[in-house]
Design a protein around this ligand. Structure first.
Ligand code: BGC
Length: 395
């Protein structure tokens, strides 16, 4: 949820105590071997040194394990570096695209696994007006600003602390984005919590407060391939999205403002179909995005609790993923701009369509589109958003 609606439930205390640092991660729990049993018992997250940035900042990698799922998260960008889940025969495999080394993330990553902020997706002409003041942002995608600008939340070092709640094991990540950073008004205090349950769920809770009116749209940019990272095309995955409308885009991928019906178009995933089925049909919107790179208007709208909106099945491995969210939108991106120049953790090269993203969000360019749900956050209010990815297998 958003800014505006959930704001009435504002609870700022958690954020107030979050003295976040943008530099090295602080000391954490004693390291023991990461692991868990299928009984649901888990061990505390394990921290290890992952690399050092040019400015000397230390980057850690945290490993969490619970109920057969293993997750690796970097303090740099809050990046999901790997996510290992069993296939139908119980064999574990990494289903998230990424790199082995910090340098690769810093040099040239298309947001693999990263936390995206302050504003996920595009803002037209890299500017918006709020309360009569125009704010200019860095343009990093043609004329537009994409994913928070040239140095968004994906390129910041987050403060990471272990967190657990009953049988669930997790991490709390904090980042303070100063007033004016990347052109946005207001100091934004952001807290993101990754939580692994023993039932094969990865839950991400986002929370933020500001000291001046601003815009916020947080998401995670994991590229999934349920057959295994580096195993080739995702076109055979079956995808179902509970959305009767989507937001068509102009030639720079900014929504035109229309909420178009999916019925009778390649965007109709309501009953489930292989991702590749209609990709080559020549629909003008698919040509524009070089594949799917569109925001789906989720039928359920904004909800207080996460509601299921997506099911994905990969027939060979039998792996399944369900996505539930409180957000009203979902950017389905079919990895169109992967171009065979990046080598992933498996040592294999990523080509177009080798991974897909399901970015739960408010709609792109909302700060300039009065007809879209608002992304404005005001002082005294709390931004909250939750997305849950649930993994399983089918026979
Ligand atoms: C966008 C794509 C972009 C990708 C980043 C997605 O969220 O919609 O257009 O290329 O992120 O690589």
């Amino acid at each position: 949820m958003t800014t505006s609606r959930r704001t009435l439930l504002a609870a700022t205390t958690g954020i107030a105590t979050a003295a976040a640092t943008t530099t090295a991660a602080r000391a954490a729990t004693p390291a023991t071997a990461a692991g868990s049993s299928r009984t649901g018992r888990h061990q505390p997250p394990v921290r290890e040194h992952f690399g050092t940035l040019d400015n000397g900042d230390r980057v850690d990698r945290w490993t969490l394990a619970n109920g057969g799922t293993r997750l690796r998260v970097l303090s740099y960008g809050g990046i999901v570096q790997s996510l290992e889940i069993p296939d139908r025969r119980g064999r574990s495999g990494n289903v998230s695209l990424g790199f082995d080394a910090l340098d690769d993330y810093v040099a040239d990553s298309p947001y693999f696994g990263a936390l995206i902020g302050r504003y996920g997706n595009r803002i037209a002409d890299a500017k918006f007006t709020l309360d009569g003041t125009e704010y200019e942002l860095p343009a990093n995608d043609g004329p537009n600003s994409l994913h928070g600008g040239t140095k968004g939340f994906d390129k910041r070092v987050w403060d990471v602390q272990p967190y657990s709640s009953g049988p669930d094991v997790g991490l709390t990540l904090r980042y303070v984005s100063r007033d004016g950073e990347m052109g946005y008004p207001g100091t934004l205090r952001t807290r993101v919590r990754y939580l692994l349950t023993p039932r094969g769920e990865l839950r991400i809770d986002y929370k933020a407060t500001t000291d001046k009116a601003t815009v916020v749209n947080l998401t995670n940019h994991t590229y999934f391939n349920l057959a295994g990272e580096g195993s080739g095309s995702i076109e055979g995955h079956t995808l179902r999205i509970a959305a009767s409308r989507y937001t068509p885009v102009d030639k720079t991928l900014i929504p035109t403002g229309e909420l178009a019906r999916v019925a009778g178009t390649p965007f109709d995933f309501r009953h489930g179909k292989p991702i590749g089925q209609d990709l080559r049909e020549g629909h003008p919107q698919i040509l524009r995005g070089q594949g799917f790179d569109h925001n789906f208007v989720l039928d359920k709208g904004i909800t207080d609790r996460p509601r299921q909106v997506v099911t994905v099945t990969e027939p060979e491995s039998g792996r399944t993923m369900r996505v539930a969210t409180t957000e009203p939108g979902l950017q389905f991106y079919s990895g169109n701009f992967l171009d065979g120049t990046l080598k992933g953790t498996s040592g294999r090269v990523y080509r177009a369509g080798d991974g897909f993203c399901l970015e739960t969000q408010h709609f792109p360019d909302s700060p300039n589109q009065p007809g879209f749900p608002s992304t404005v956050l005001r002082p005294g209010k709390t931004y909250r958003s939750t997305t849950v990815y649930s993994f399983g297998t089918e026979r």
